[in-house]
Design a protein around this ligand. Structure first.
Ligand code: ATP
Ligand code: MG
Length: 557
């Protein structure tokens, strides 16, 4: 196919697949997503997941979830479990196609022995410092290890003893015999196996030697019959080693293709840094609603459909770039606007009394649940009464001319309610406004006047009779600078100190007490919210603000 397919899909990998299929219609598109279980998945992983699972689905192939668990030092069952559940939440279920690199440890050991027997790998006994010295630099070639010419018999014996636990960590390495003068450092006799006397979360103490990433990855891809091994760009320099391993073992040879990783401004996407935030208690955990992890986003209330859409819309490119986090937020708002029912919750309440409304009287008014959907007739009842609560920010004692909310003398519409004219207010001894006084027009029920007189401002409200107390957590970006890791010694210096705001005295509709986490609402004029899945109790929800209605960040700047 022509280059135009690349432009249309924004995905250069599809252009490659289409060409391969043109040449040979029997080509299978088998991919894999290979997370290392040493942290939680983040939005960058989502891009890789959508790409790998998405291509396999589109081209009728298979996609494996493979836990790349060859480094026992940092891996943990907790991470395996979280990866499984995050993947499912994102909409991808590997089912039977779940694999572990550790299941291939025996096979890998045999392959390593095969390389030794072919004179292509040797046991090296240099210390870490010596290894560094012999390796050379980017501008100087390396030098051959004095152990490079060990006999095959000696290598086999030493490797066997490494496996049997007869040596300490760091005493020996198994290295590939490639080229110490190569311009590509990865080919200067890279390590294939090292000694690590550490228990593995799955294989326990069966092994004390573990395969290195490049060897493990190439062999795992091959054993699983992966045809396209899609990696991020930093593996481009590793591709010659990937190819070397497969060629020299003469086993099935997948094609490695590199694409640009996803970077987002105002965000860090490195598991090491995210772990630092968790361990340093800068956030409440991997699933803190401010984290760029999938579990954080789920808890925050981001719809997974919006994340999938975002991943599609950023495309797949060959050059690294940084995406504006506003693009993700746009997709979140788009999706929530479609799915979220409307509710009323007054975040910072101020009492309002309607002087000409009879004391003790209440009535019901209809409120649309889904005004965004022309075809929806779904409504709920709101209670109206003499005493209401409005947002504190919807009243000003002395207002500028273009202020269309409550101020003495002005008429304002209560959404789903009546027209109200502000007649005065009361203050406490500290000079704070404690009550707004109004008169209502009984002819304007529902918030409409028969004489069609114009009222510019519409505000939300809740009646004192029906309001229930609600706790709300409002979030801002976790970092206050676009590039958190730039220009500082420690990225944590750029943490936004105001990224979490807890509001205790909010007042909302009674039905809000019955909602479950994951169910998103638009609180009129205040943004999108969902009940927190961790800290809410039955009948006592704590609402997370998922996102504001508009880009409040841009307005603040
Ligand atoms: P990190 O750099 O955050 O520690 P990682 O690459 O070490 O991530 P892995 O568990 O090895 O994490 O990643 C699994 C897969 O996800 C890999 O194929 C990796 O290339 C891909 N991936 C990780 N981060 C991103 C990203 N930001 N954009 C696209 N793909 C990513
Ligand atoms: Mg990695």
């Amino acid at each position: 196919m022509s280059d135009s397919s690349e432009n249309k899909s924004g995905n250069f990998i599809k252009t490659i697949l289409d060409k391969d299929l043109d040449r040979d219609p029997k080509v299978q598109v088998n991919t894999r997503f290979p997370p290392e279980p040493n942290g939680y998945l983040h939005i960058g992983h989502a891009k890789s997941i959508c790409l790998n699972f998405g291509l396999a689905k589109e081209y009728g192939g298979l996609c494996n979830l493979r836990f790349d668990d060859s480094n026992p030092c940092k891996e943990d069952q907790e991470y395996v479990d979280s990866i499984r559940s995050d993947l499912e939440w994102l909409g991808f279920t590997p089912g039977e196609r779940e694999f572990f690199a550790s299941d291939y440890f025996s096979k890998m050991y045999e392959f390593a022995v095969q390389l030794i027997k072919a004179g292509k790998a040797y046991v090296c006994s240099l210390s870490a410092d010596e290894l560094r010295e012999y390796r050379g630099t980017l501008t100087e070639p390396g030098r051959p290890s004095p152990y490079r010419e060990r006999s095959i018999a000696e290598n086999l014996e030493l490797f066997e003893k490494m496996k049997a636990g007869e040596f300490a960590d760091g005493d020996h390495l198994l290295r590939a015999k490639i080229d110490m003068a190569s311009g590509n450092m990865n080919l200067r006799d890279p390590a294939l196996y090292r000694i690590r006397k550490v228990s593995h979360h799955r294989t326990g103490d069966s092994w004390c030697i573990y395969p290195m990433y490049d060897f493990c990855h190439a062999v795992s891809d091959s054993l699983e019959g992966i045809t396209y091994s899609l990696c991020t760009l930093e593996f481009e320099d590793h591709r010659p080693l990937y190819d070397w391993v497969l060629e020299n073992l003469s086993i099935f040879h997948p094609r490695q293709i590199e694409f640009a990783r996803l970077n987002l401004n105002y965000t860090v996407l490195s598991k090491r840094k995210l772990l630092e935030l968790v361990e340093g208690k800068f956030v409440s955990g991997w699933d803190d609603p401010r984290m760029p992890t999938l579990s954080g986003m789920k808890r925050r209330g981001y719809p997974s459909a919006a994340i999938r859409k975002f991943c599609d819309s950023v495309g797949v490119a060959k050059a690294n770039s940084t995406v504006d986090v506003g693009m993700l937020e746009y997709e979140i708002r788009e999706e929530l606007n479609k799915v979220a029912d409307r509710r009323i919750c007054v975040l910072e309440p101020l009492k309002l009394t309607i002087e000409n409304y009879p004391e003790g009287q209440t009535e019901e008014v209809d409120a649309k649940n889904r005004p965004q959907d022309e075809n929806s007739e779904s409504t709920r009842k709101l209670t109206f009464s003499r005493e209401l609560y409005i947002e504190r920010s919807d009243f000003l004692e002395e207002a500028p001319r273009k202020y269309f909310r409550f101020t003495p003398g002005k008429e304002v519409r209560l959404v789903h309610g009546y027209y109200l004219t502000c007649t005065g207010f009361n203050k406490n001894e500290k000079g704070e406004v404690t009550e707004v006084l109004c008169q209502y027009d009984p002819e304007t029920k529902g918030g409409w006047s028969k004489d069609e007189r114009k009222v510019k401002g519409t505000v939300h409200w809740i009646s004192a009779e029906s309001a229930v107390p609600i706790k709300v957590r409002r979030y801002d970006r976790l970092f206050s600078t676009e590039k958190p890791s730039s220009g500082v010694e420690d990225f944590k210096e750029n943490i936004n100190p105001d990224s979490l705001e807890e509001l205790d005295g909010c007042l909302g509709e009674p039905s809000l007490l019955e909602t479950s986490p994951g169910e998103a609402f638009q609180f009129l004029r205040n943004g999108y919210f969902t009940a927190d899945s961790v800290d809410s109790e039955k009948g006592k929800p704590i609402f997370n603000q998922i996102i504001g209605l508009r880009d409040s960040w841009a307005r603040k700047k």
